[in-house]
Design a protein around this ligand. Structure first.
Ligand code: ADP
Ligand code: ADP
Ligand code: ZN
Length: 222
């Protein structure tokens, strides 16, 4: 496991972290770890962590570091993560960043690169409120920016059931943006200081951002 790449995608809700992480996973053989997905799975299963996280997530706040770290550590213990990981939506606080460093140091690893997806807040309200995913395979779509090639059929799996997240409302996304600016954006300076930060203008097209990310991943994770 030592030396396997650890990429972090940093950015507010709607920046395109999940969309890009799924493509990086396919292109570079890395494993996407989304703490949002892990927490939603815990909520759906009704675990102790899920019961504690549910109301905070619905209100657009940040779940406690303790709970987030617990679900992430469980997932990291699975063997497929040994080939390298893309962290999507983690870390989101100073405490999480420090805990990640300690966790990686335990297996002789370190953060390879952190990519900040830079975007405007107002555009994020549109991106998040139009977002939906395939219920079968999790592929992400958007009402205006990314429709399936054949209407109502998932491009990836052909599924016809789609869903929207309960917290993807214009009101909740404003709370989530506040949490991002207060607690997560300071990590940009933290990683810049460490010399591992890359920035991408993520206001461009999905394909444009993908190309910029592939250039970075090709350098650090190939
Ligand atoms: P995040 O994981 O950062 O919250 P997502 O990857 O889920 O963001 O993207 C949010 C929504 O915006 C999705 O509906 C996605 O299809 C769409 N989207 C992602 N990247 C772009 C982009 N560069 N331009 C326009 N829409 C995008
Ligand atoms: P998005 O990228 O659209 O903000 P996520 O799926 O990453 O959405 O996160 C959804 C919610 O899950 C967040 O609003 C927050 O309540 C919780 N969450 C996810 N990751 C973390 C984290 N690393 N720390 C604290 N809370 C988190
Ligand atoms: Zn699908």
């Amino acid at each position: 496991m030592a030396g396997a790449p650890v990429l972090i995608l940093l950015g507010p809700p709607g920046a395109g972290k999940g969309t890009q992480a799924r493509m990086l996973e396919a292109d570079f053989g890395l494993v996407q770890l989304s703490t949002g997905d892990l927490l939603r799975a815990a909520v759906a299963r009704g675990t102790e962590a899920g019961r504690a996280a549910r109301a905070v997530m619905a209100a657009g706040g940040l779940v406690s570091d303790e709970i987030v770290l617990a679900v992430l550590q469980d997932r990291l213990a699975e063997p497929d993560t040994g080939q390298g990981i893309i962290l999507d939506g983690f870390p989101r606080t100073d405490g999480q960043a420090a805990a990640l460093d300690a966790l990686l140091a335990g297996s002789g690893q370190r953060v390879t690169a952190v990519v900040s997806l830079d975007v405007d807040d107002e555009a994020m309200v549109d991106r998040v409120s139009g977002r939906y995913t395939c219920a079968g395979c999790g592929e992400g779509y958007h009402d205006r920016f990314k429709l399936p090639a054949v209407a109502d059929f998932c491009d990836k799996c052909g599924g016809t059931a789609f869903r929207r997240r309960a917290d993807d409302t214009a009101e909740t996304v404003r709370e989530r943006l506040k949490a991002y600016h207060a607690q997560t954006a300071p990590l940009i300076a933290y990683y810049q200081h460490r010399g591992v930060l890359e920035r991408i203008d993520a206001m461009g097209s999905i394909a444009g951002v993908r190309a910029a990310l592939a250039a970075i991943a090709g350098r650090v994770a190939a």
